[in-house]
Write a protein of this length. Structure first.
Length: 317
Protein backbone atom coordinates (compact mmCIF):
# COMPACT_ATOMS: atom_id res chain seq x y z
CA UNK A 1 0.00 0.00 0.00
CA UNK A 2 1.13 3.52 -0.63
CA UNK A 3 2.14 5.77 2.21
CA UNK A 4 -0.75 7.63 3.80
CA UNK A 5 -0.59 11.42 4.18
CA UNK A 6 -0.68 12.80 7.71
CA UNK A 7 -4.06 14.28 8.58
CA UNK A 8 -6.04 15.06 11.71
CA UNK A 9 -9.78 14.86 12.09
CA UNK A 10 -11.84 16.91 14.50
CA UNK A 11 -11.60 16.17 18.23
CA UNK A 12 -11.27 12.48 18.88
CA UNK A 13 -9.76 10.72 15.88
CA UNK A 14 -6.17 10.86 14.69
CA UNK A 15 -5.20 9.35 11.34
CA UNK A 16 -1.47 8.68 11.36
CA UNK A 17 0.75 8.56 8.28
CA UNK A 18 2.04 5.09 7.54
CA UNK A 19 5.54 6.57 7.43
CA UNK A 20 5.16 8.24 10.81
CA UNK A 21 4.85 5.58 13.46
CA UNK A 22 5.64 1.91 13.62
CA UNK A 23 4.59 -0.25 16.52
CA UNK A 24 7.91 0.35 18.27
CA UNK A 25 7.30 -0.17 21.99
CA UNK A 26 4.49 -2.63 21.28
CA UNK A 27 6.69 -4.98 19.29
CA UNK A 28 7.25 -8.37 20.88
CA UNK A 29 10.94 -9.03 21.52
CA UNK A 30 12.10 -12.63 21.65
CA UNK A 31 15.08 -14.81 22.50
CA UNK A 32 15.26 -17.65 20.01
CA UNK A 33 17.50 -20.41 18.68
CA UNK A 34 18.96 -20.44 15.15
CA UNK A 35 20.62 -23.65 13.94
CA UNK A 36 22.98 -23.22 11.00
CA UNK A 37 23.14 -25.85 8.26
CA UNK A 38 25.84 -26.40 5.62
CA UNK A 39 23.32 -27.82 3.15
CA UNK A 40 23.38 -25.70 -0.03
CA UNK A 41 19.56 -25.66 -0.24
CA UNK A 42 19.23 -24.09 3.20
CA UNK A 43 18.34 -20.37 2.98
CA UNK A 44 20.48 -17.75 4.69
CA UNK A 45 19.37 -17.15 8.27
CA UNK A 46 17.52 -13.92 9.02
CA UNK A 47 17.82 -11.53 11.96
CA UNK A 48 14.86 -9.23 12.67
CA UNK A 49 15.71 -5.80 14.08
CA UNK A 50 13.98 -2.55 15.10
CA UNK A 51 15.30 1.00 15.14
CA UNK A 52 17.32 1.94 18.26
CA UNK A 53 16.87 -1.56 19.70
CA UNK A 54 19.98 -3.68 20.32
CA UNK A 55 19.87 -7.23 18.95
CA UNK A 56 22.47 -9.70 20.24
CA UNK A 57 23.79 -12.68 18.27
CA UNK A 58 25.36 -15.24 20.60
CA UNK A 59 27.65 -17.97 19.21
CA UNK A 60 29.25 -21.13 20.62
CA UNK A 61 32.78 -19.88 19.83
CA UNK A 62 34.52 -16.51 19.93
CA UNK A 63 33.95 -14.14 17.03
CA UNK A 64 36.75 -12.55 14.95
CA UNK A 65 36.03 -8.77 15.01
CA UNK A 66 38.31 -8.03 12.04
CA UNK A 67 36.42 -10.41 9.74
CA UNK A 68 32.86 -9.71 10.92
CA UNK A 69 31.20 -7.12 8.69
CA UNK A 70 27.80 -5.53 8.08
CA UNK A 71 27.51 -4.40 4.46
CA UNK A 72 26.40 -0.79 3.85
CA UNK A 73 25.83 -0.05 7.54
CA UNK A 74 26.87 3.61 7.41
CA UNK A 75 23.93 5.93 8.11
CA UNK A 76 21.65 3.02 8.97
CA UNK A 77 23.35 1.26 11.90
CA UNK A 78 25.58 1.94 14.84
CA UNK A 79 29.03 0.34 14.36
CA UNK A 80 28.91 -3.37 15.15
CA UNK A 81 29.92 -4.32 18.68
CA UNK A 82 31.91 -7.56 18.53
CA UNK A 83 33.42 -9.23 21.57
CA UNK A 84 33.88 -12.71 22.94
CA UNK A 85 31.01 -14.84 21.58
CA UNK A 86 28.65 -11.95 20.83
CA UNK A 87 27.76 -9.55 18.02
CA UNK A 88 25.48 -6.59 18.78
CA UNK A 89 23.43 -4.98 15.98
CA UNK A 90 21.61 -1.67 16.53
CA UNK A 91 19.81 0.14 13.67
CA UNK A 92 19.64 3.93 13.89
CA UNK A 93 16.09 3.79 12.54
CA UNK A 94 13.45 1.27 11.54
CA UNK A 95 14.36 -0.49 8.31
CA UNK A 96 11.93 -0.13 5.43
CA UNK A 97 9.76 -3.15 4.70
CA UNK A 98 11.88 -4.16 1.69
CA UNK A 99 15.31 -3.44 3.22
CA UNK A 100 17.68 -6.35 3.76
CA UNK A 101 21.29 -5.91 4.86
CA UNK A 102 23.91 -8.69 4.56
CA UNK A 103 25.93 -9.57 7.66
CA UNK A 104 28.94 -11.89 7.66
CA UNK A 105 30.08 -13.24 11.01
CA UNK A 106 33.45 -15.01 11.13
CA UNK A 107 34.40 -17.13 14.13
CA UNK A 108 38.01 -17.34 15.36
CA UNK A 109 38.32 -20.83 13.85
CA UNK A 110 37.61 -19.34 10.41
CA UNK A 111 33.98 -20.47 10.15
CA UNK A 112 31.92 -17.92 8.18
CA UNK A 113 28.21 -17.57 8.96
CA UNK A 114 26.10 -15.27 6.74
CA UNK A 115 22.90 -13.56 7.84
CA UNK A 116 20.33 -11.22 6.34
CA UNK A 117 19.32 -8.36 8.68
CA UNK A 118 15.66 -7.44 8.15
CA UNK A 119 12.89 -5.33 9.69
CA UNK A 120 10.72 -7.07 12.34
CA UNK A 121 9.16 -10.42 11.49
CA UNK A 122 5.42 -10.05 10.85
CA UNK A 123 2.46 -12.41 10.57
CA UNK A 124 2.73 -11.99 6.80
CA UNK A 125 6.10 -13.78 7.01
CA UNK A 126 4.26 -16.92 8.12
CA UNK A 127 4.06 -16.85 11.91
CA UNK A 128 1.27 -16.45 14.43
CA UNK A 129 2.61 -13.10 15.60
CA UNK A 130 5.35 -10.58 14.85
CA UNK A 131 8.57 -10.01 16.75
CA UNK A 132 11.90 -8.23 17.00
CA UNK A 133 14.92 -10.35 17.86
CA UNK A 134 16.32 -9.47 21.28
CA UNK A 135 18.82 -12.31 21.29
CA UNK A 136 19.52 -15.08 18.79
CA UNK A 137 21.48 -18.08 20.04
CA UNK A 138 23.33 -19.42 16.99
CA UNK A 139 24.48 -23.05 16.84
CA UNK A 140 26.59 -24.65 14.13
CA UNK A 141 26.20 -28.13 15.62
CA UNK A 142 22.43 -28.78 15.99
CA UNK A 143 23.09 -31.88 18.12
CA UNK A 144 25.30 -30.21 20.71
CA UNK A 145 24.11 -30.11 24.31
CA UNK A 146 23.63 -26.33 24.32
CA UNK A 147 21.78 -26.38 20.98
CA UNK A 148 19.36 -29.07 22.18
CA UNK A 149 18.84 -27.28 25.51
CA UNK A 150 18.17 -23.95 23.78
CA UNK A 151 15.66 -25.60 21.43
CA UNK A 152 13.94 -27.18 24.43
CA UNK A 153 13.56 -23.78 26.08
CA UNK A 154 12.11 -22.40 22.82
CA UNK A 155 9.58 -25.22 22.67
CA UNK A 156 8.56 -24.73 26.31
CA UNK A 157 8.01 -21.00 25.75
CA UNK A 158 5.87 -21.68 22.67
CA UNK A 159 3.85 -24.30 24.57
CA UNK A 160 3.27 -21.86 27.44
CA UNK A 161 2.21 -19.10 25.03
CA UNK A 162 -0.21 -21.49 23.28
CA UNK A 163 -1.70 -22.55 26.62
CA UNK A 164 -2.21 -18.91 27.61
CA UNK A 165 -3.88 -18.23 24.26
CA UNK A 166 -6.28 -21.14 24.74
CA UNK A 167 -7.17 -19.90 28.24
CA UNK A 168 -7.80 -16.43 26.84
CA UNK A 169 -10.16 -17.82 24.19
CA UNK A 170 -12.07 -19.78 26.84
CA UNK A 171 -12.47 -16.65 28.96
CA UNK A 172 -13.70 -14.66 25.95
CA UNK A 173 -16.41 -17.24 25.26
CA UNK A 174 -18.13 -16.23 28.52
CA UNK A 175 -17.39 -12.50 28.33
CA UNK A 176 -20.30 -10.06 28.09
CA UNK A 177 -18.03 -7.41 26.57
CA UNK A 178 -16.90 -9.78 23.80
CA UNK A 179 -20.52 -10.66 23.07
CA UNK A 180 -21.34 -6.96 22.75
CA UNK A 181 -18.30 -6.41 20.52
CA UNK A 182 -19.46 -9.29 18.30
CA UNK A 183 -22.84 -7.62 17.81
CA UNK A 184 -21.21 -4.26 17.01
CA UNK A 185 -18.81 -5.84 14.51
CA UNK A 186 -21.80 -7.54 12.87
CA UNK A 187 -23.58 -4.21 12.41
CA UNK A 188 -26.21 -5.00 15.03
CA UNK A 189 -25.73 -2.06 17.40
CA UNK A 190 -29.52 -1.89 17.88
CA UNK A 191 -29.31 -5.18 19.81
CA UNK A 192 -26.90 -3.67 22.34
CA UNK A 193 -27.47 -1.10 25.11
CA UNK A 194 -25.09 1.34 23.38
CA UNK A 195 -26.10 4.75 22.00
CA UNK A 196 -24.00 6.28 19.22
CA UNK A 197 -22.56 9.62 20.31
CA UNK A 198 -20.03 10.67 17.66
CA UNK A 199 -19.14 9.81 14.07
CA UNK A 200 -15.95 10.77 12.24
CA UNK A 201 -14.78 10.21 8.67
CA UNK A 202 -10.98 10.58 8.55
CA UNK A 203 -9.55 11.29 5.10
CA UNK A 204 -7.16 8.80 3.58
CA UNK A 205 -5.82 8.12 0.09
CA UNK A 206 -6.29 4.36 0.01
CA UNK A 207 -8.78 3.69 2.78
CA UNK A 208 -12.26 5.07 3.45
CA UNK A 209 -12.77 5.10 7.21
CA UNK A 210 -15.71 5.73 9.52
CA UNK A 211 -15.19 5.86 13.28
CA UNK A 212 -18.26 5.60 15.53
CA UNK A 213 -18.09 6.19 19.29
CA UNK A 214 -20.77 4.67 21.55
CA UNK A 215 -21.88 5.27 25.12
CA UNK A 216 -23.42 2.60 27.30
CA UNK A 217 -24.23 1.74 30.93
CA UNK A 218 -20.81 1.40 32.56
CA UNK A 219 -19.10 0.90 29.21
CA UNK A 220 -17.89 2.69 26.08
CA UNK A 221 -17.37 1.32 22.59
CA UNK A 222 -15.82 2.21 19.26
CA UNK A 223 -16.50 0.77 15.82
CA UNK A 224 -14.01 1.43 13.01
CA UNK A 225 -15.25 0.64 9.51
CA UNK A 226 -12.54 0.35 6.86
CA UNK A 227 -13.11 0.16 3.11
CA UNK A 228 -10.02 -0.68 1.08
CA UNK A 229 -9.96 1.66 -1.92
CA UNK A 230 -6.46 0.68 -3.07
CA UNK A 231 -6.70 -0.37 -6.69
CA UNK A 232 -3.02 -0.53 -7.62
CA UNK A 233 -1.54 -3.16 -9.92
CA UNK A 234 -0.78 -5.45 -7.00
CA UNK A 235 -4.34 -5.37 -5.62
CA UNK A 236 -2.88 -5.28 -2.14
CA UNK A 237 -5.16 -6.38 0.73
CA UNK A 238 -5.26 -4.57 4.07
CA UNK A 239 -4.40 -6.83 7.01
CA UNK A 240 -5.11 -6.33 10.70
CA UNK A 241 -2.07 -6.68 12.94
CA UNK A 242 -3.18 -5.61 16.41
CA UNK A 243 -5.03 -3.17 18.63
CA UNK A 244 -3.84 -1.56 21.86
CA UNK A 245 -5.60 0.48 24.55
CA UNK A 246 -3.45 2.72 26.75
CA UNK A 247 -3.72 5.71 29.11
CA UNK A 248 -2.66 8.06 26.28
CA UNK A 249 -0.81 7.98 22.96
CA UNK A 250 2.61 8.03 24.66
CA UNK A 251 1.91 5.56 27.48
CA UNK A 252 2.60 1.85 27.08
CA UNK A 253 0.56 0.51 30.01
CA UNK A 254 -2.12 -1.64 28.43
CA UNK A 255 -5.76 -1.45 29.57
CA UNK A 256 -8.22 -4.36 29.12
CA UNK A 257 -10.82 -4.32 26.37
CA UNK A 258 -12.89 -6.66 24.20
CA UNK A 259 -12.16 -6.83 20.46
CA UNK A 260 -14.03 -8.37 17.56
CA UNK A 261 -13.29 -8.23 13.82
CA UNK A 262 -15.72 -8.66 10.98
CA UNK A 263 -12.68 -9.82 8.98
CA UNK A 264 -8.93 -9.57 9.54
CA UNK A 265 -8.04 -9.13 5.85
CA UNK A 266 -9.78 -6.56 3.64
CA UNK A 267 -9.33 -6.97 -0.12
CA UNK A 268 -9.51 -3.97 -2.49
CA UNK A 269 -13.13 -2.85 -2.74
CA UNK A 270 -14.06 -4.77 0.40
CA UNK A 271 -15.12 -3.37 3.80
CA UNK A 272 -14.63 -4.62 7.33
CA UNK A 273 -15.52 -3.56 10.87
CA UNK A 274 -13.36 -3.52 14.00
CA UNK A 275 -15.35 -3.26 17.25
CA UNK A 276 -13.94 -2.50 20.69
CA UNK A 277 -15.85 -2.50 24.00
CA UNK A 278 -14.24 -0.98 27.12
CA UNK A 279 -15.55 -1.41 30.65
CA UNK A 280 -15.65 1.55 33.04
CA UNK A 281 -12.98 -0.09 35.21
CA UNK A 282 -10.42 0.36 32.41
CA UNK A 283 -10.91 4.14 32.57
CA UNK A 284 -10.31 4.24 36.33
CA UNK A 285 -6.93 5.05 37.90
CA UNK A 286 -5.67 3.63 41.18
CA UNK A 287 -7.05 6.76 42.86
CA UNK A 288 -10.51 6.13 41.44
CA UNK A 289 -10.33 8.96 38.93
CA UNK A 290 -11.77 8.41 35.44
CA UNK A 291 -9.35 9.30 32.63
CA UNK A 292 -9.43 9.28 28.83
CA UNK A 293 -7.90 6.35 26.95
CA UNK A 294 -6.21 5.93 23.59
CA UNK A 295 -7.08 3.13 21.14
CA UNK A 296 -4.49 2.36 18.45
CA UNK A 297 -5.03 -0.03 15.56
CA UNK A 298 -2.11 -1.36 13.52
CA UNK A 299 -2.09 -2.83 10.03
CA UNK A 300 -0.22 -5.86 8.71
CA UNK A 301 3.10 -4.15 8.05
CA UNK A 302 3.25 -3.07 11.69
CA UNK A 303 2.42 0.59 11.03
CA UNK A 304 -0.29 2.58 12.75
CA UNK A 305 -3.52 2.83 10.74
CA UNK A 306 -5.78 4.80 13.05
CA UNK A 307 -5.79 6.14 16.61
CA UNK A 308 -8.94 7.00 18.52
CA UNK A 309 -9.27 8.99 21.75
CA UNK A 310 -11.88 7.34 23.99
CA UNK A 311 -13.12 10.01 26.38
CA UNK A 312 -14.22 8.82 29.82
CA UNK A 313 -17.41 10.85 29.40
CA UNK A 314 -18.59 8.14 26.98
CA UNK A 315 -19.17 5.88 29.97
CA UNK A 316 -22.79 6.24 31.04
CA UNK A 317 -22.69 6.76 34.79
Amino acid sequence: MRNFPLSWSILSVVLVSSMAVARGPYDKVVIRTEKISDHPATPTSSVYVSGQVATVLRFEKDVDPAKTKLLGWEGRFEPLLVGSKKVVIEPLRDLNHDEAVPLLVTLVDGTEIPFIVKPPFTKEDGGWEGWTDHQVNVFKDPDSYNAVLSSLYDSLKKERALSEEIQRFKKEENSVDHALATLLASGEAQKTPFVRKKVFRPKNEDMDMVVELFSGPGKAAAVVTLRNTYYGDSGEPWKFDGAYLTRDFTSFTARPFALRLERSTIAPGQSGKIAVVVDKSAFRTKDGELVDLALQIFRGDGLLQVAVALEHTLVDQ
